[in-house]
Design a protein around this ligand. Structure first.
Ligand SMILES: C[S@@+](CC[C@H](N)C(=O)[O-])C[C@H]1O[C@@H](n2cnc3c(N)ncnc32)[C@H](O)[C@@H]1O
Length: 374
């Protein structure tokens, strides 16, 4: 931990126009300790810090630890499969995954018909990236690089610092914010947390949406923890995660997600919420469906790992994969909900369905009514 009263800005890392950490007096701050991180909070408290979100951060650390170890297991399994199948022969033609999985060219069939896919494996290794991203370079040589994390909306940097200090197997945490005071605070906190934090955490003054769009498939983990709704960040976030990587996402706009303003929910998430007894579960499903819909635009799909409603928010953890054929299953995971106006009974009408014949599967719209009007 830094013991000095004055911490000077890290000029080496500053870019033009970015906030500089000015020398400061520790007496102007209180120290807040959470987990293994400590942050300096100014008496005026201009930078966001929410004590009650400690559960959110603790849970995310548990998920991150599990993800890091699962990623390692999957990588080892992939290597041993490769060993069994023998080395690739030099000059052997490489089949582009895109060509194999594009529905338009799949076996020359179209109109929603294709060969039965072999199902979606949750164990698909995280090194299956179609476009090798910079941090994946070593994978060609069979090495698994330590995970890189993007904390897209970082405020004081508390979460980023905790990830760096409390989770093994992470090489870097990039912390973004578009508020200069927050970036200044984050940089001060990185220094205050000593050498591990300084070597792993870097803070940038940036609009998270632009940063994620310009860093496609670069991060093993992307964390979104916005004020209110994450909806404006989802499109870029799903693109920034590597294949098999994880997106962690909080939404605190529970009134919207639980049916307070159905039309607002529709505009943000593309679903109409119902005020049923299941409204919290529905909030989670609406968020998951919205993430999947953005992922689908890029031939990607999600596998939910953990979905939680707690305190005043929902938080979901999903892995993201690329596969144009698996993506066709999305309508099978979605339904219209018919809620009885007189009692708690409800019925589901799937958006899509499949019809199998021999080895081929046709993807068709669902049909109704699933229940009579009475
Ligand atoms: C709820 S706070 C984040 C709290 C933090 N993750 C934590 O655990 O303590 C949301 C932060 O997002 C920042 N923010 C809002 N819009 C942004 C954008 N487009 N790009 C980057 N940061 C943004 C805000 O300045 C604010 O600091």
């Amino acid at each position: 931990m830094a013991g000095s009263d004055e911490i000077i800005g890290d000029e080496g890392k500053q870019h033009k126009g970015e906030p500089v950490v000015a020398p400061f007096d520790l007496n102007d701050f209180i120290i807040i300790k959470e987990g293994e991180a400590e942050i300096l909070m100014h008496a005026k408290n201009e930078v966001f810090y929410n004590k009650t979100q400690v559960n959110n951060r603790d849970m995310s650390i548990a998920v991150l630890r599990t993800f890091v170890s699962k990623r390692k297991q999957e990588h080892e399994a992939m290597l041993s499969r490769k060993m069994k199948n023998g080395p690739k022969v030099m000059g052997e033609p490489v089949v582009e995954p895109e060509a194999v999985t594009d529905p338009e060219v799949h076996n020359g069939k179209s109109n929603g018909e294709c060969e039965v896919s072999q199902g979606i494996s949750q164990d698909e290794p995280c090194s299956m990236a179609e476009d090798p991203a910079p941090n994946q370079e070593a994978k060609g040589r069979g090495e698994l690089k330590p995970a890189r994390v993007l904390e897209a909306l970082s405020a004081s940097g508390l979460r980023a610092l905790r990830y760096a200090r409390e989770v093994d197997g992470i090489s870097q945490v990039v912390a973004l914010d578009n508020d200069k005071l927050s970036v200044e605070a984050c940089r001060r906190n990185i220094k205050f947390n000593g050498s591990v934090a300084c070597s792993k955490v870097e803070s940038h003054f940036a609009d998270a949406r632009v940063y994620m769009l310009t860093h496609p498939k670069e991060f093993d983990v992307v964390d979104l923890d916005p004020y209110g709704s994450p909806s404006v960040f989802l499109d870029s976030a799903v693109q920034s995660v590597v294949d098999g990587g994880i997106l962690m996402c909080t939404a605190t706009d529970m009134a919207v997600l639980c049916g307070g303003n159905g039309e607002v929910c529709y505009s943000k998430y593309g679903s109409y919420p119902l005020r049923g007894k299941y409204c919290h579960e529905m909030a989670l499903r609406i968020l998951l469906a919205c993430i999947e819909s953005h992922a689908n635009r890029y031939k990607r799909y999600i596998v939910p790992i953990l979905s939680v409603q707690m305190d005043f928010y929902v938080r979901v953890f999903v892995r993201i994969y690329t596969s144009a054929s698996a993506m066709k299953n999305t309508p099978l995971k979605l339904s219209y909900v018919y809620q009885c106006t007189g009692c708690d009974s409800f019925q589901l009408q799937p958006i899509g369905r499949t019809v199998s014949k021999n080895t081929s599967v046709r993807y068709l719209p669902g049909f109704g009514p699933v229940v009579s009007q009475e």
